[in-house]
Write a protein that binds this ligand. Structure first.
Ligand SMILES: [Zn+2]
Ligand SMILES: [Zn+2]
Length: 564
């Protein structure tokens, strides 16, 4: 991301520039500048949103598929598309001594752009088929850690028996849950915490045996309610006796898909018209801006960031410090332009690295320090383009490459979009900042249709029985075609048992589509908006896109007064 050429005006506080991608004006805050200076980086030439789109395009969401390890031929499940431009090794083979990434080493050619040479290397060096370790019986997953019996699930830690999950910590016996922590026996939930037997709910904490809730705390046996605190036996925010509640709940035909879909729509209408929305979702933050940030200090323009300090422009991170312009920064310090990295220190432009320090332009390296432009290395020091140097040689050559890169305007630019592992539409960028095919091409990114295996004798999701009571055991042998996406899926035995036990109708749409659909509100809550508090009419900054149609957006004070 090179220095933008068009500087419109410069003041003492900030600098306004024109984004080289979307052409919109954007501001570089005076407080951003020391971050770039410390890392000897030029100021960004793209607005924050284009920077995030760019970086997120490298983070694979993908589609699960069966492939073969290029080393052993062993069957693997991966989210990398077939079009990927490098060999894929099964993860345990990737970290074994069966191959040596240094054999791919190249001399630096000062007559050619460095990044071009790096991308050539990247396309030859094998990559692991998935990220995540210490899992048991969880082949159909990606980016999951220390988990057991997880299936078709991405991004999670400490999970057990989770199906179709995305971004979860400490979840057990759940299906179709997204971005949630500490859930048990839950179904179809988004952004829920410490809850048990909660279904069809969004933004709830400490709720038990409840359905269709929004922004509820410590509630039990509640149904289609919003903004409740410490309540039991409520329907549509009205109290009932235990007996009345039980009777009333039976009247809702929760085993029927048509009925549940109608109830979900009704809940959303209440969220739009009746629920009170706090101006942001932030919890315990000091001098910080952004949305969905928790326990952060001095963080500016960050989203989905927890327990971090002095960070700027981060989407998704945990326990990071002094890091700027990154997506997926876990335990990072003093880093910039990072994608899906963990425990990195003082790194620049790294992609899927783990535990690396004082390094730049790494892809899939682990436990390396003082490495520059390397791919697939483990426990190495003083390497450039996968070639080993002495300390003195390394320092001299890095200085020369940096000077050359600065001359060519390459220094501080991330890997080119053409080298992303998958198309924009199969990456997290599409989830967070959806674009049409034309917009993706205009942005300079790739678009690709995933190759789907063809199955005979499928049935349409629309032809599934409406009630779970009408579903026979043979359904687990049936391939189902999602009427929305034309992608096929099946129902596993464990899944069917869960639906029967919880009296949940079979899903008629593909699981990825369900996750993306559930995540949708989050793509509409990451841009600051100017508005007025519904109650006191004070001017406020909030994060709800007008397209959400939320009527009652309140300042913090009014929210606390109204929601007790
Ligand atoms: Zn832009
Ligand atoms: Zn107010």
């Amino acid at each position: 991301m090179s220095r933008g050429r068009i500087i419109i005006k410069k003041t003492m506080d900030s600098e306004t520039k024109q984004c080289e991608k979307c052409q919109r004006e954007f501001i570089i805050q005076a407080d951003d500048v020391p971050f770039y200076e410390k890392m000897d980086l030029p100021l960004p030439s793209m607005c924050t949103y284009c920077r995030w789109k760019y970086l997120l395009a490298f983070w694979v969401f993908g589609r699960f598929r069966i492939a073969k390890s290029a080393l052993s031929g062993k069957t693997i499940i991966t989210v990398f598309p077939e079009s990927v431009h490098f060999p894929i090794y099964e993860r345990s083979e990737f970290v074994s001594d069966a191959w040596d990434p240094l054999t791919y080493g190249k001399d630096y050619d000062s007559s050619r752009p460095f990044i071009e040479q790096l991308v050539e290397l990247q396309s030859k060096v094998p990559h692991p088929h998935q990220t995540g370790i210490k899992n048991f019986n969880s082949d159909w997953t990606d980016d999951i850690w220390e988990s057991k019996d997880a299936y078709l699930t991405r991004s999670g830690l400490h999970m057990e028996s989770v199906i179709y999950g995305y971004r979860l910590v400490n979840c057990k016996n759940c299906i179709d849950v997204t971005y949630s922590f500490d859930l048990e026996r839950c179904y179809d939930c988004l952004y829920c915490f410490k809850s048990y037997n909660l279904k069809y709910s969004f933004n709830c904490h400490d709720c038990i045996d409840s359905l269709f809730l929004y922004d509820c705390r410590n509630c039990q046996n509640c149904f289609m309610s919003w903004n409740l605190r410490n309540q039991k036996y409520h329907i549509l925010n009205q109290p009932y006796s235990k007996e009345e509640y039980g009777k009333k709940i039976k009247e809702y035909n929760l085993k029927s898909r048509a009925a549940v879909e109608e109830l979900k729509k009704e809940t959303w209408r209440h969220i739009q018209q009746d629920a009170i929305h706090r101006q942001d979702y932030n919890i315990q933050v000091e001098r910080s801006t952004g949305n969905f940030i928790t326990n952060d200090k001095n963080c500016y323009g960050c989203y989905f960031l927890e327990e971090s300090e002095n960070c700027r422009h981060i989407i998704r991170g945990f326990r990071s410090k002094e890091t700027v312009d990154s997506v997926g920064a876990l335990d990072c310090e003093k880093c910039a332009l990072e994608v899906q990295v963990g425990m990195d220190y003082n790194n620049l432009c790294c992609l899927y690295t783990n535990n690396c320090r004082y390094s730049s332009y790494l892809d899939n390296c682990e436990e390396c320090e003082y490495c520059f432009g390397c791919v697939g290395l483990r426990k190495k020091k003083y390497c450039i383009l996968n070639k080993q140097y002495t300390k003195e040689e390394y320092e001299g050559l890095v200085e020369k490459i940096k000077t050359d890169m600065k001359k060519m305007g390459e220094w501080g630019k991330f890997f080119p979009l053409s080298s992303a592992y998958c198309g924009y539409n199969l990456s997290l960028a599409q989830m967070q900042f959806p674009m049409t095919k034309d917009e993706v091409f205009q942005f300079g990114a790739k678009w690709e249709e995933a190759v789907e295996p063809h199955y005979e004798n499928t049935i349409s999701g629309d032809d599934l029985p409406d009630s779970i009571d009408q579903v026979g055991d043979e359904i687990v042998k049936q391939r189902i075609l999602c009427p929305e996406t034309k992608l096929s899926y099946n129902i596993t035995k464990e899944e069917l048992a869960f639906y029967r036990e919880h009296k949940i109708p079979l899903p008629r749409r593909h699981f990825d589509w369900r996750t993306l659909d559930r995540f949708k509100p989050f793509s509409l809550m990451v841009i600051p908006q100017k508005g007025t508090c519904y109650y006191c009419k004070k001017e406020i900054d909030h994060y709800y896109s007008p397209s959400l149609g939320f009527q009652k957006i309140a300042c913090l004070e009014c929210y606390q007064q109204e929601v007790i």
